[in-house]
Every structure is written in structure tokens, then in C-alpha cells.
Design a protein around this ligand. Structure first.
Ligand code: NAD
Length: 495
């Protein structure tokens, strides 16, 4: 029997690395091997209270909100530099924690550094307004940090989703109580260590780890938390929105998707198939904006499916850190079982399984959570595999004949996160995009996104935005200030 050393993770509360109040832990598993490689503190409600109190005290003291944007910006730039300095540690850790390939993890780490740099710059830009009112009043609007922000993130981009919230929250002058996913807490912990290393003042940054039901819920319920910024599933998002209503806190929600990728027949087949594969299978399909519904014009449908399936079968699935691997495992056994159960549902609903559909149990992958790239055809809009987010390497390819039909099918789910259109007719591309109910869209691409642009969804894909100037707005209050320049009585009442 071999014994492996496990990483002993900690929480970070009021500038101290601590175990959970009741000392219990959750095993953290490498999804490629099924091995436990770390133990995570299962935080308690009391731990959350301690973290919130520390964040409140730090916020009220002005140690962070009261310093200049220039000073906060300097900290953010140092964090970006440190992320790059630790790149060789962060990349393999992300692969071990989440299963993603080293290439994908490399993109995430680079994006994480760039995101801190973006907000380091943005926070120094002029903001606020003045507006013209009659003498003797002088009127203006100023932006202020919201206060104590609860930041809750999922497991699919453990480091990057954390950064998308932490960077703008800190840039704006807030203090934070952060909860990474209990499934992938390792790189988020390293990120917090970096924040400590650059000298962010005590109490400004706090991390409580553990399950959503206990730790996440306690953060949302706390009357001393002013804002919740959440990324995760739509079901959890609805629960959070309801819970947050009791204390009327600001809430921003980045939720699930079932995003359409529309392909017209005036396109180059090899090109659109290639983008289609990238849109759904990048990240093993565990991407909120994945193009999980490909809508193909009937005139090229058969050819598209044939070529897509041919190429999907050749995708190299394997350990994220192995040479040549193109996609890694699913993140956990529980999630793999969910994905496999959707494949069974698809078969029962009468869709045609064009390829894949199985767990991979050969070639040394038997202990990990590997599933074949899976393609369903002959689907109808009422099927659950067409309507519900599967969040794995599973795609449905549907047929349409007219532009109107494509738009109706594309908009025909409760979600509205992302959408793409492929066509060589520029006017049609723009016309279709304008009719799609989605927050993130592409013409002749599917996937690229930028720190400068707002990320978020329509409909049940969310409320509010991450990234860009909109992502900073989420973490700021606006206050109008009206100054009387000639102080004297109003003279309204005669008594
Ligand atoms: P999840 O909703 O299960 O969990 C997300 C986070 O919320 C975790 O940290 C979890 O512990 C916490 N949580 C769970 N229950 C909670 C509760 N009752 N109160 C407070 N916190 C709670 O999601 P997941 O399975 O980790 O992630 C996958 C989902 O995330 C997918 O639906 C995906 O589409 C979505 N996602 C969306 C975006 C986006 O930008 N729109 C980005 C990434 C992932």
C-alpha cells in the first residue's frame, strides 16, 4: 500500500491561516486518478461570523477603502506579477485540482494576471459625474465601495472565477469574505497566499472554505455582508437570491447556460466544424458558455454531422498533464454520474447517439472520471438533453431551415448566457445576433472573451455582469452629493 502526502489546506481569517472551528475536513480528489491529494477545512457558521466581523472591521477602519486608488492599484499590479512568478506552481496545481489540461490551466493563469492588471488600470480612471443645477447648489455623483462582499465561486475555473471577483472587489475598495468551491480549493488558496504576500492589510481578505449548504449559506444570510457576487448553477443562484432578499443585499449572479451555436450553409464546412468542436469540448464541456446546442441549416446538416462525429471520435481524452491530451476528466465522480445520467436520459428520450456516451475505463484512465466526447442527433426541442445544462462533453446537433426558425430554436430555453452565429453574410450575422437573448455573443467564432468586456447572461443565466467596467460597477455604490454654497434658511414654512 502506498501512502501519499496530502496538502493540508487552511482557511484565512483576519490575517491568520486557520483550521475549521470544529477541525473537520473534506477530502480533495484528483479527478484524473481518483486519489485524495488534499484536505480542506469544513468551515462552520462561527468561522463565517469571524471572517465577516474581520472584514467589517477592516472596511470600517478605512485601511483599504480609505487609501488612494493609486495605492490599491499598486497592490493589484504586484498580485499580477506574483501570479506570473508562481505560474509554474499554479498551472500543474490547477490540473491536479480540476483535471483540465496544462494548456487550459496555462491560459487561466495568464488571464488571471491580466485581470488584476486590467482593474489596476481601470480603478485609476476618472469616474463620477457632476450635473448642472441652479445656484447656489453644486451637485455631483461619487462612487464608493459597497462594503463587505461575499464572493462565492464554482469549480470549473477555480483560479480564474476567483480572480474575476476578487480583482474588481478589491480595486473598488471593498473587503471580502471569499468561498472557493469545496471541489477545487487548491489554487484559490494559493491566490490568497499571494494576496497575503504582497501585504494586503489584515482583515481585508478572508477565505472560509467548505460546503455551500453550510459556509456559502451563512455568508449569504449574514446581515453584515453587503453584497453577494456568485458564480455557479442556476438552482443555487435562485436559492441565493431568495436568501439574500431577507437582508436586501446587492446580488450578482453568473449562472448556467445551454448556449446555441447557429451554423448557416454559406460557410466553410471544415471551419465551422472546427469551431463547433472547440465551442463544446474545450474544458471537457465544463464551461458555462459552452456551445452545447449546435443548430445547423438543413442543407448542410448531414455533412456537418458526419464530419463533426468523425473528428469528435478522435479527440484525445486523458490526464491533463500528459503529453498530447486534448481534454481531461470531469471534475468529480458525482459530476461524472450526473453527465452519464443525462446521456441515458437522451437515449430514453429517443435521440440518436451518434458517438461517445460512455465512461472511459481503459488505457490507465479507469480510476478517473473520464467520459467520451458525446454527440446526439435527431433531437427535438422538448427533450431534456436539449433544454437542460449537462455541463460535460455532450452536444446536441439540431436542424433548422430558415433564419426565423434558427432564432426561435436558439431562444427556446430558459437560459441566455452565450450564443454564436456562423455565416458569410455579414448583415445576416448581425441581424440574427440582435435577436438572440444572450449576454455573450460571437459572429464567426465561439468562445473568446476579454477582461475588458462584460460577462453575464440574460434570462435564467444570471443577473449583473463580471469583468469590464460593468464588473467594477457591481462592486460600487453611487452617491449623489448636493452642496449648498450659500447657507441660509429655506424659508418654506411661515411659522
Ligand atoms: P454550484 O452552484 O453547485 O456551486 C457554486 C458555488 O456555490 C460553490 O462554491 C458551492 O459550494 C456554493 N454553494 C452551493 N450551495 C450554496 C448555497 N445554498 N448557498 C451559498 N453557496 C452555495 O455550481 P458548480 O457545480 O460548482 O458549478 C457549475 C455551475 O456553474 C454550472 O451551472 C455553470 O454553468 C456555472 N458557471 C457559470 C458561469 C458564468 O459566468 N455564468 C461561470 C462558471 C460556471
Amino acid at each position: 500500500m502506498t501512502t501519499t502526502t496530502t496538502i493540508d489546506l487552511k482557511m484565512y481569517i483576519n490575517g491568520e491561516w486557520v483550521a475549521s472551528g470544529d477541525r473537520t475536513t473534506i477530502p480533495v480528489i484528483n479527478p484524473a486518478s481518483g486519489e485524495v491529494f488534499a484536505q480542506l477545512p469544513q468551515g462552520t457558521v462561527a468561522d463565517v461570523k469571524e471572517a465577516v466581523d474581520a472584514a467589517r472591521k477592516a472596511f470600517d477602519s478605512g485601511v483599504w477603502s480609505g487609501i488612494s486608488a493609486q495605492e490599491r492599484s499598486t497592490y493589484l499590479l504586484k498580485i499580477a506579477d506574483k501570479i506570473e512568478e508562481y505560474q509554474d506552481e499554479l498551472v500543474p496545481l490547477e490540473t491536479q485540482d480540476n483535471g483540465k489540461t496544462l494548456t487550459e490551466a496555462g491560459f487561466d493563469v495568464a488571464d488571471a494576471a491580466a485581470c488584476f492588471r486590467y482593474y489596476a488600470g481601470l480603478i485609476k480612471a476618472p469616474d463620477g459625474q457632476t450635473y448642472h443645477v441652479g445656484d447656489p447648489m453644486q451637485a455631483m455623483v461619487v462612487r464608493e465601495p459597497v462594503g463587505v462582499c461575499g464572493l462565492i465561486v464554482p469549480w470549473n475555473f477555480p483560479l480564474l472565477m476567483s480572480v474575476w471577483k476578487i480583482a474588481p472587489a478589491l480595486a473598488a475598495g471593498n473587503t471580502i469574505v471569499f468561498k472557493p468551491s469545496e471541489v477545487t480549493p487548491v489554487t484559490p488558496q494559493k491566490l490568497i497566499a499571494i494576496l497575503e504576500e504582497v501585504g494586503i492589510p489584515k482583515g481585508v481578505v478572508n477565505m472560509v472554505t467548505g460546503t455551500g449548504a453550510e459556509v456559502g449559506n451563512a455568508i449569504v444570510e449574514s446581515a453584515d455582508v453587503d453584497l453577494i457576487s456568485f458564480t455557479g448553477g442556476t438552482k443555487t443562484g435562485k436559492h441565493i437570491m431568495k436568501t439574500a432578499a431577507d437582508t436586501v443585499k446587492k446580488v450578482s449572479l453568473e449562472l448556467g447556460g445551454k448556449s446555441p451555436n447557429i451554423v448557416f450553409d454559406d460557410t466553410d464546412l471544415e471551419t465551422v466544424v472546427d469551431h463547433g468542436l472547440f465551442g463544446i469540448f474545450y474544458g471537457t464541456g465544463q464551461v458555462c458558455s459552452a456551445g452545447s446546442r449546435i443548430l445547423v441549416q438543413d442543407t448542410i446538416y448531414d455533412k456537418y454531422v458526419e464530419r463533426f462525429v468523425e473528428r469528435a471520435k478522435k479527440i484525445k481524452v486523458g490526464f491533463g498533464n500528459a503529453e498530447g491530451t486534448e481534454i481531461g476528466p470531469l471534475v468529480s465522480q458525482q459530476h461524472m454520474e450526473k453527465v452519464l445520467s443525462y446521456i441515458e436520459i437522451g437515449k430514453e428520450e429517443g435521440a440518436t447517439l451518434a458517438c461517445g456516451g460512455n465512461r472511459i475505463t481503459t488505457g490507465g484512465l479507469e480510476n478517473g472520471y473520464f467520459v467520451e466526447p458525446t454527440v446526439f442527433t435527431n433531437v427535438t426541442s422538448d427533450m431534456r438533453i436539449v433544454q437542460e445544462e449537462i455541463f460535460g462533453p455532450v452536444v446536441v446537433i439540431q436542424k433548422f431551415s430558415t433564419e426565423e426558425e434558427a432564432i426561435a430554436l436558439a431562444n427556446g430555453t430558459v437560459y441566455g448566457l452565450a450564443a454564436g452565429v456562423f455565416t458569410n453574410d455579414g448583415a445576416r450575422g448581425m441581424r440574427v445576433i440582435k435577436k438572440l437573448k444572450a449576454g455573450i455573443t460571437w459572429i464567426n467564432a465561439f468562445g473568446p472573451t476579454y477582461n475588458e468586456a462584460p460577462w453575464g447572461g440574460y434570462k435564467q443565466s444570471g443577473v449583473g455582469r463580471n469583468l469590464g467596467t460593468f464588473g467594477l460597477d457591481e462592486f460600487q455604490e453611487v452617491k449623489q452629493i448636493n452642496v449648498n454654497l450659500e447657507v441660509g434658511p429655506v424659508g418654506y414654512f411661515q411659522s
